[in-house]
Design a protein around this ligand. Structure first.
Ligand code: PAF
Length: 278
């Protein structure tokens, strides 16, 4: 496995490898990331993983400085599953000048996660497009746990006519249902025992929708109350349509229930998709 830190070296290395599949990450890798790599590997001749903690997508009061940097451990994990290239640039390499040209994702950047984290998706889209230009992959893999991010990036490649195919991988869960996330490491033992409730509440809401209860607002409010009763501070639990994450109309059948809630300090995200019968 090659660990490469500069764009010049990366371009040189990848010159003879046109068929690469890319997994962008911010490092601190867990089994969820490794599953993205497993999704990527059979699709191309070369698997490239980037590790870069992207300042642009952090708000002024978020944990950019404290975000765990664990390059050595990450590389060990990636090597053990057969990754070909790790691209780990430093900030001066990725942003040699202040980044003035940015990708503006439009209205989707102001709802849900975007409303809670202004500028976040602009930062994500900008770095991902820049990484695409460096790696020039034929496809890139992202996890559905960050559902809104997936949609932002799918829309980006479509609207900017990027040739990169976006592949979405299912959320990886612990045995008790908790979606794997770097943030789980900040849960205390008691919080970790409580954390699977988020997924349970989403599944219950999904079941209620399948049973034909269509009062989305009531179901959302009940789910938020259920979490709050167990010490959570929910930002939102909301039923949306998959296509644009706007509130569904009666005719919409492809839905997703998205949730973000704080349990102690960590803020956990999760979602479940559902298909209503027509
Ligand atoms: O999902 C992430 O880890 C990041 O948002 C990404 C896609 C690597 C961009 O920095």
């Amino acid at each position: 496995m090659e660990v490469i830190h500069t764009v010049a070296e990366l371009r040189k290395y990848l010159q003879g490898v046109p068929n690469n599949v890319f997994v962008p990450t911010m490092g601190n890798l867990h089994d969820g990331h490794l599953r993205l790599v497993e999704e990527a590997a059979p699709r191309g001749a070369c698997t490239v993983v980037s590790i870069f903690v992207n300042r642009l997508q952090f708000g002024p009061h978020e944990d950019f400085d404290r975000y765990p940097r664990t390059l050595r451990d990450d590389c060990d994990k990636l090597e053990s599953i057969g990754v070909d290239v790790v691209f780990a640039p430093d900030e001066a390499e990725l942003y040699p000048q202040p980044q003035q040209y940015v990708v503006n994702p439009g209205p989707i950047e102001d709802i849900l996660e975007g409303a809670v984290r202004p500028g976040h998706f602009r930062g994500v889209a900008t770095v991902v497009l820049k990484l695409f230009n460096m790696v020039q992959p034929k496809a890139a893999v992202f996890g559905k746990k960050d559902y809104q991010q997936c949609l932002v990036l799918k829309n980006m490649v479509q609207q900017l006519a990027s040739p990169v195919e976006i592949i979405l991988a299912e959320t990886v869960r612990a045995d008790d249902g908790l979606a794997l996330s770097s943030r789980n490491q900040y849960l205390s033992a008691t919080e970790r025992a409580e954390a699977p409730r988020l997924y349970r509440v989403l599944c219950e809401l999904k079941d209620a929708l399948h049973r034909g209860t269509h009062s989305y607002a009531t179901l959302e409010a009940e789910a938020m109350t259920e979490l709050a009763r167990h010490g959570w501070k929910p930002d939102y639990i909301t039923v949306r349509r998959q296509s644009d994450l706007l509130p569904p109309s009666e005719e919409d059948r492809s839905l997703v229930i998205l949730a973000a809630a704080r349990l102690g300090a960590p803020r956990l995200l999760d979602n479940v998709e559902l298909q209503l019968n027509s």
